[in-house]
Design a protein around this ligand. Structure first.
Ligand SMILES: C[S@@+](CC[C@H](N)C(=O)[O-])C[C@H]1O[C@@H](n2cnc3c(N)ncnc32)[C@H](O)[C@@H]1O
Length: 355
């Protein structure tokens, strides 16, 4: 069963848990995101990941796989800031800009903004206000792209792809550490699939705790399991055990105490000289037998187009786009055994263990 339009009852902001187990199998397009409770069956999920193409990582070389693509065009806010201050924006400051800028897009009523933008564009066209027309066209393109990527395709959160990547882990009430957590989406999806443990989100930008995670919709339904019955269950953010630490990953004092250490869109922000340090962050807090999970954006023309159109929203810092072989080689070369690898809608994903 699947349907597209939500009932007014489910759009009512006072309805804190609008979806229940009755709605499993459904999807609906809401003003700011797609809710997707399809595919409780692990077998169906296999279609959402293109998995395990490389049979022996030890045979791959950088000569075979080539280098990642580097995204060069920076957001205007960053280039203006650097011209004004005559210095390079620090990495931490760049992330602060990125998080505020990206967050604005998650809280938009996208159809409403598209309507308003189109009507303003018509108004400026009739008056030959070419500067406003140019700006309005750029914004309409960004809104239309975001509408497609985040709402229609659900490519950013991609719950079915993420569930496909995360399925089958041998963990019980896991402690999950999310490095560079931003809003923490993937750790919440893991917590729904493997409930009863604890999630620790870490990000050194306080805004991520207060706004990106703080504003993450309480009404967003995560499809997971009921640990008592083993059947499918809908989980919400406020039903999970989540701790948010505002801290630099390099200052964390945890021991080897986590069953899962995850990062989403972190590795590609570090040039090769620092990749081994980033991989060490994923190793040092893992219990023996624990899982490191990493995802990075794919190098495909659609992703390059996205970072081009959305440059002023997204491009505040160093960024590479990789294919799964390149990403796997970074993980393998840094001492991990790769248990599952593949690509979902817009990201590559790897499940690995220290060798
Ligand atoms: C690209 S974001 C992660 C992608 C995320 N899913 C999103 O939607 O934005 C990476 C996050 O890592 C954080 N970060 C980067 N370096 C860090 C560090 N050394 N310590 C803690 N957080 C860090 C940034 O503040 C940022 O929020």
């Amino acid at each position: 069963m699947s349907m597209e339009m939500p009932s007014p009852e489910r759009l009512n902001p006072l309805n804190a848990r609008p979806y229940t187990e009755e709605h499993i199998g459904m999807t609906e397009l809401l003003p700011d995101f797609r809710m997707d409770l399809r595919n409780p069956d692990p077998v169906d999920l296999d279609g959402f990941i293109n998995a395990n193409q490389v049979k022996d990582w030890s045979l791959l070389t950088w000569k075979d796989v080539g280098r990642p693509h580097r995204v060069e065009n920076m957001a205007g806010v960053r280039t203006d800031w650097e011209a004004k201050h005559q210095k390079t924006m620090s990495v931490h400051h760049s992330w602060e800009h990125f998080n505020r800028s990206f967050h604005e897009w998650f809280v938009k009523d996208v159809p409403k903004e598209l309507r308003e933008n189109r009507s303003a564009l018509g108004h400026h066209l009739l008056r030959f206000n070419w500067k406003e027309v140019k700006a309005g066209l750029g914004e309409t393109l960004r809104l239309s792209l975001w509408n497609y990527v985040q709402r229609i395709e659900d490519g950013v959160w991609d719950p079915r792809g993420k569930r496909a990547l995360f399925q089958g882990l041998e963990v019980h009430k896991p402690r999950i550490l999310f490095l560079g957590a931003a809003e923490g989406y993937e750790a919440m999806q893991l917590s729904a699939m493997y409930p009863g443990g604890e999630v620790v989100l870490v990000d050194y930008d306080e805004f991520c705790k207060t706004d990106r995670h703080g504003d993450f919709p309480e009404t967003y339904p995560f499809l997971g399991i009921n640990p008592t019955t083993g059947s499918a269950k809908v989980w919400y953010k406020d039903q999970m055990e989540i701790r948010y630490l505002v801290e630099d990953i390099r200052n964390l004092s945890f021991g080897k105490e986590f069953d899962i250490v995850i990062s989403v869109g972190l590795l590609e922000h570090f040039p090769d000289e620092i990749k081994d340090e980033v991989m060490e962050w994923h190793r040092k807090f893992l219990k023996p037998g624990g899982y490191a999970i990493l995802t990075t954006p794919r190098n495909q023309w659609r992703t390059r187009f996205y970072y081009n159109v959305m440059a002023d929203v997204m491009n505040y810092m160093y960024r590479e786009l990789m294919n799964i072989e390149q990403m796997g080689l970074y993980v393998y070369e840094n001492g991990f055994e790769i248990l599952r690898h593949g690509f979902i809608k817009v990201h590559n994903g790897i499940i690995a263990r220290p060798r």
